[in-house]
Design a protein around this ligand. Structure first.
Ligand code: PDD
Length: 282
């Protein structure tokens, strides 16, 4: 008899719920997004949906109607009635007998959660510590795929060191991004912010794009350039950019104090402008 075992319970294979045969679980074969709301309005939904559509296209999951995805997100968000929410959603290639090759007629599976988003004002006020970790990821990090094992291992290492985020360093010795955030350094007396150029080795972060849009107003020039941990170590300030926390100052880098050891003026200005932008956009 073909069978399956879930924990210690044996059941006939034919009775397995399809969710156990999901390619997301077997292979990480799917893509996802995380969106947040500010004061009851979803933020940057169009941008997240555009990136999601691109991720789906890049891994050849076809036939997903993005207008329908939008509708589901809006319906779920309304139903949850959570003012400051994070909405996680993913689509996997579907369910079927385990095998690397995927039958053409698979039905993509949609999954979503709406949860309270716990803002962490202390992180913004005091800044966080980060530590470096090797970037062990694949060569298409521009796709927001469910395959996050290297990111998870990096974050676990950072947590073990008492840090809030891992900063990934590639084989060439260059900083790519955070394990789940974009990463910026500040130099030239607070007039320049530097982050890695977009490409296949980093995620095209929506928050990064918003920082780029705000740069003029903040009186800074955003420079897209490769840099190394040594350059980061000499930076006046540094910060993370990520949907769930917008901008987070970094005050320790691999155990060394950054600048004064307090969030710097440039980062604080960006946080303020971002908050204003989020208010306007909702
Ligand atoms: N992470 N880089 C990586 C590897 C990320 O996973 C994320 C986001 C970012 C920032 O992207 P954005 O500004 O679009 O949120 C950069 C999400 C929040 C997550 O995986 O939970």
């Amino acid at each position: 008899m073909q069978l399956a075992m879930i924990e210690d319970k044996v059941i006939p294979y034919a009775e397995l719920e399809p969710v156990y045969l999901d390619r997301g679980a077997f292979f990480g074969d799917g893509v996802y997004e995380v969106i947040r709301s500010y004061e009851g309005r979803l933020f940057a939904l169009d941008e997240h949906l555009a990136r999601f559509a691109r991720s789906l296209r890049e891994i050849a999951i076809d036939g997903v109607d993005i207008a329908d995805v939008r509708q589901r997100i809006e319906t779920a968000f309304d139903r949850a009635s959570i003012v400051n929410a994070k909405v996680y959603f993913h689509i996997t290639r579907g369910s079927g007998d385990r095998g690397h090759g995927a039958p053409k007629d698979m039905k993509p599976r949609f999954f979503l959660t709406v949860m309270e988003l716990a803002d962490n004002p202390k992180n913004k006020e005091d800044g966080i510590s980060v530590s470096t970790f090797p970037d062990w990821r694949w060569k298409r990090c521009d796709i927001k795929s469910l395959n996050l094992l290297p990111n998870v291992l990096a974050k676990m290492d950072a947590e073990k060191k008492g840090c809030g985020e891992a900063i990934l360093v590639n084989d060439a010795g260059e900083v790519t991004e955070g394990s789940s955030s974009a990463f910026f350094i500040v130099r030239a007396g607070g007039r320049e912010i530097v982050t890695r150029p977009l490409g296949p080795d980093i995620l095209p972060s929506i928050t990064r794009a918003i920082v780029e849009r705000m740069a003029g107003e903040a009186g800074v020039r955003m420079i897209e350039a490769a840099f190394r941990p040594e350059d980061a170590g000499r930076a006046e300030e540094m910060f993370l950019a990520v949907t769930t926390q917008d901008i987070v100052p970094v005050v320790r880098f691999d155990g060394t104090q950054v600048g004064t050891g307090r969030p710097g003026a440039c980062t604080k200005r960006l946080i303020e402008i971002f908050a204003e932008y989020a208010r306007r956009r909702r």
